[in-house]
Design a protein around this ligand. Sequence first.
Ligand code: GDP
Ligand code: MG
Length: 596
Amino acid sequence: TALSHIRNFSIVAHIDHGKSTLADRLIQSTNTVAERDMKAQMLDSMDIERERGITIKANTVRIDYTAENGESYVLNLIDTPGHVDFAYEVSRSMRAVEGSLLVVDSTQGVEAQTLANVYHAIDADHEIVPVFNKIDLPASDISRVAEQVEDVIGIDASGAIAVSAKTGEGIMETLEAIVQHLPAPKGDADAPLKAMLVDSWYDSYLGVIVLVRIIDGKLRKGEKIKFISNGTIHHVDRIGVFRPQMENVDELGPGEIGFLTASIKQVRDTRVGDTITHQREEVTPLPGFKPAQPVVFCGLFPVDSALFEDLREAIDKLALNDASFSFEMESSAALGFGFRCGFLGLLHLEVIRDRIEREYDIDLITTAPSVIYHVHLKDDTQFDLHNPADMPDMTLVDHIQEPRIKATILVPDEYLGEVLKLCQDRRGIQEDLTYAGSRAMAVYDLPLNEVVFDFYDRLKSVTKGYASFDYSLMGYREDNLVKMSVLVNDEPVDALSMMVHRDRAETRGRAMVEKLKDLIPRHMFKIPIQAAIGGKVIARETLSAMRKDVTAKCYGGDASRKRKLLDKQKAGKKKMRQFGKVDIPQEAFISALKMD
Ligand code: GDP
Ligand code: MG
């Protein structure tokens, strides 16, 4: 296809504003997919995505469109994830296209992820066409949304298109706007091959599939290509495009987006952002991408320890398709063998955990999520702490630094007080507070540690779901951090230990032991539950023993027999206290860590 007749674009939106529905409608109205094959949310392929209504992996579709001027265009849509955990995937796929549709739900207005995602598009120098969706709903208010887009984002909203992705109204105007207002790609078909590795994933039939954007030159089946980052050579055995199912083609030229397979075994052998050329060519590499780094770590243990090998297999398979997920074996006195895993954020963690439980049928215990701390020792060495269990003795530690984030929260006025209080409680420092109409935008500098567990859930609950949230990592700062251990029946339970700020340790410790007291069932003996920093107990509860009235069986008044039985019972308790083991139900590990 001639460059002038190609348009490459992405759709940016806050979650639930209708990105997937709009993509479906664009696909459907151009007869890209036969009517009988059309199912809702064509691009959201994984079940879990469909259920949760979120898009996780970037997906692509090629649409043939005959414009009003009678000419045929190829429109390549790259769908991007909408959640903050996957900001990195958003930013990298944006580099492969020239324009964006900015979808805003006209009954809701601009939200935190609208902002975050549109900034990625602006960073990538995109031409942006605003699309105001859900105009079929009575609450739709286009002029208010237009004002917000201009005031808050600062882009011209005069060319915005009013759309209902549900009824199809405005879809033809959207397709025309893509052709009229988005730029055609540039590139030189006669230059040496230069292609961008946009994404890659594992397919059990075809091996690793690589999504590429051709910048210059041509890519053909059967050719030998080279990944510039590591010099590896691969024989291309298939190239094609997505409609959205895979369709083979003979060649891909400048401006085109498609896939290749080349008997690549693992996703890890491909580097997103890498430059691809022919075996014997030298081209200047594209500006590199940094790989996504895991920021949240937790332990995953099988509830049934006999399933450890099954868990290993499940994790190996998932990792094949997800280079941003890291893992290593871990053993814990309380939980046996498992894995310490790193994730891009909490949603990523939940997605992986759900997939293991669902697709591999393994029940899991998840330990407290933790961030990476920089621990500086007195001997001038430093290491990255991924697991509170590895924390050295405090006397060896000089200071500890923790990761901080910049959080942007958009919220209707009436809930602002609650939001400020929540941020304050989580050691936040206010950086900015502005208003756009009846909505406030608060920007906070917050410790990531205070956000990873349940900040998002709390934010949603104190604002009845009206707040939106986005964050980016800012860097590390020193603070007064300590490791808090939890002892159940005088045994430390590694899986419950956590890093906390010294000033918050008592409150957290108290809340934790009180929760555990409710969560652990009574045993035949009494169980002390303690939170401690180093050797110092900062909170304590005692779970009293279950009292089995063994004397009830004794009829009559034989007092000495009664006493004998009671003595026996006491001895039994003692025995159990000495050798017995406390059963901690698995939900305790999650519940005990939630704060409310
Ligand atoms: P995404 O998270 O941005 O991909 O949003 P979805 O496309 O999944 O849409 C979120 C919800 O809004 C779904 O329940 C859609 O059916 C609904 N929706 C999307 N577009 C429209 C629209 O134009 N009108 C109405 N009434 N509902 C819509
Ligand atoms: Mg979606």
